[in-house]
Design a protein around this ligand. Structure first.
Ligand code: HEM
Length: 453
């Protein structure tokens, strides 16, 4: 890319409209809005969205520069700053030294040897889920709900050794309420509006109180049991000590635990929901997927050792993350004036990077709107690294990346051994990009049994 001497002019972009007109368009379908802007105006776009102006960077090299090479010149964006209302100072929302300390503390829970033990839980939960469907008279279900339930159970059991099955629906509803609140935090002046006793704000407080009560109970049970490090994440957090010997307060443990509950289940559930949808719409890929399961597993449940041989399934998951990246937008705030691609981004500005926009760019992915898992079978070294970045990059890269990739493949495999899915007639399919790329109308599908040998 050609670089010129940094100037003080703004990159190209749409003209501001009266009465927050552009902002309203952005809010209606933010991912599509960003995509249109990038296609029309290029790799660095200025979006005058009213009080919250945004610079959209859509070239992989620019993204690498922001997320990796010059990451110290940024902090997290307003949305994640605002997420502190829920997540406090957990891994996702903390900054600087605090973030570094928490990251070191949480990292061991994601080491490879731990992951091996998690795979058994992932498969057991998925097997339980497919049996439940087997015995159900009703074969039509909302896969968005089913996948969220399943991934929530997995994160609870793997990271917290907790069984939350009986409360899964309650937790799911509370999380949905909390996510709605995040949508609201994108609005200008939400800092002031949220102080008003409005019904959605009261619902948010109730939902947060419920999540807190569940997590504080888990912490209290564990402390009562002696606060030893029994190997799961919760006991590690409780037993962890600072260099000066201080331990984490209940509030700190709560922030970290809730962060992992939220970050660790919603994203994977969203990805799996879109995967079943994409498979149902692409019969050739669906056939190859089921054939691989039959060939590699021959009817038995998958294990960690099977992962390298479930290549096509892995490609299905990767291609889903390309077309429907659950974290569809990543934001940063410039700490000081920032020179990039011939422009100067003023201190305090928000820089947005969208996997949705970049993953659908024909420069990196020919026929970008087609679901073609085979494009991942051979490594393509000609593509720039950040043309595919569903898990972000740099110091803030997703800590659960390997966890999620393993979980994605194992859940697709375990469920796909028994079932294929057909979209219910009349089901509308549209994205609803909140923090994650949810489905706007759920995903009601009919499960069709696969004949067993
Ligand atoms: C398909 C599934 C997933 C996707 C697409 C995803 C995506 C991401 C992305 C893009 C970020 C970086 C955000 C930023 O830079 O602003 C992130 C951060 C994070 N993710 Fe994930 N994630 C997934 C699954 C998971 C899982 C399974 C866990 C935990 C069990 C997890 C925990 C976290 C945490 C704690 C962070 C914050 C890391 C930090 O700032 O140090 N994620 N994720």
């Amino acid at each position: 890319m050609e670089r010129v001497t940094p100037a003080l002019t703004r990159p190209p972009g749409p003209k501001p409209r009266p009465l927050l007109g552009l902002f309203r368009e952005f809010r209606r379908q933010p991912a599509d809005f960003l995509e249109r802007a990038a296609r029309q105006y290029g790799d660095l776009v200025f979006l005058p969205l009213g009080p919250q102006n945004i610079y959209l960077a859509s070239h992989p090299d620019l993204i690498q520069e922001i997320l990796v090479a010059r990451q110290s010149q940024f902090k997290k964006s307003r949305m994640l700053e605002r997420a502190r209302v829920l997540l406090g100072q957990g891994l996702l929302t903390s900054e600087g030294k605090m973030h570094l300390r928490q990251r070191r503390l949480v990292q061991p829970a994601f080491h490879r040897d731990r992951l091996v033990s998690y795979t058994a839980v992932m498969v057991a939960c998925a097997a339980q889920c497919r049996e439940r469907w087997q015995s159900s008279v009703e074969n039509t279900m909302d896969l968005a709900v089913e996948m969220a339930r399943l991934t929530l159970a997995i994160v609870a059991r793997t990271l917290f050794s907790a069984n939350v099955d009986s409360q899964a629906d309650e937790i799911g509803t509370a999380l949905t309420e909390v996510f709605k609140m995040f949508e609201f935090t994108l609005l200008p002046y939400s800092e002031w509006i949220e102080k008003l006793p409005l019904p959605p704000i009261r619902r948010f407080h109730r939902a947060r109180a419920l999540l807190d009560s569940i997590i504080y109970r888990l912490i209290a049970d564990r402390r009562a049991a002696g606060a030893r490090d029994t190997g799961d994440l919760l006991s590690m957090l409780i037993a962890a000590q600072d260099e000066d010997g201080g331990i984490m307060t209940d509030q700190q443990v709560r922030d970290e635990a809730l962060t992992l509950f939220v970050a660790g289940h919603e994203t994977t559930a969203v990805a799996l929901t879109w995967a079943w949808y994409l498979l149902s719409q692409n019969p050739q890929a669906e056939t190859l997927f089921h054939a691989e399961l039959e060939r590699v597993l021959a009817g038995r449940l998958p294990t960690f050792e099977d992962l390298p041989r479930l290549r096509y399934t892995e490609c299905v998951f990767a291609e889903t993350l390309r077309l429907y990246p659950p974290a569809w937008g990543i934001g940063r705030r410039a700490l000081a004036d920032f020179a990039i691609a011939g422009y100067t981004i003023p201190a305090g500005s928000i820089v947005a990077m969208s996997p949705w926009v970049v993953h659908r760019d024909s420069r990196w992915f020919p026929e970008p709107l087609k679901f073609l898992p085979e494009r991942w079978l051979a490594e393509d070294t000609s593509r720039p690294k950040f043309s595919f970045f569903p898990f972000g990059g740099g110091a803030r890269v997703c800590i659960g990346e390997r966890f999620a990739l393993t979980e994605g493949v194992l859940l697709l495999a375990t469920l796909g051994q028994r079932w294929r899915f057909r979209l219910e007639s009349g089901q509308r399919v549209e994205t609803r990009p909140l923090i994650t790329l949810r489905t706007r109308y759920g995903m009601r599908m009919t499960a069709v049994a696969i004949p067993q040998r």
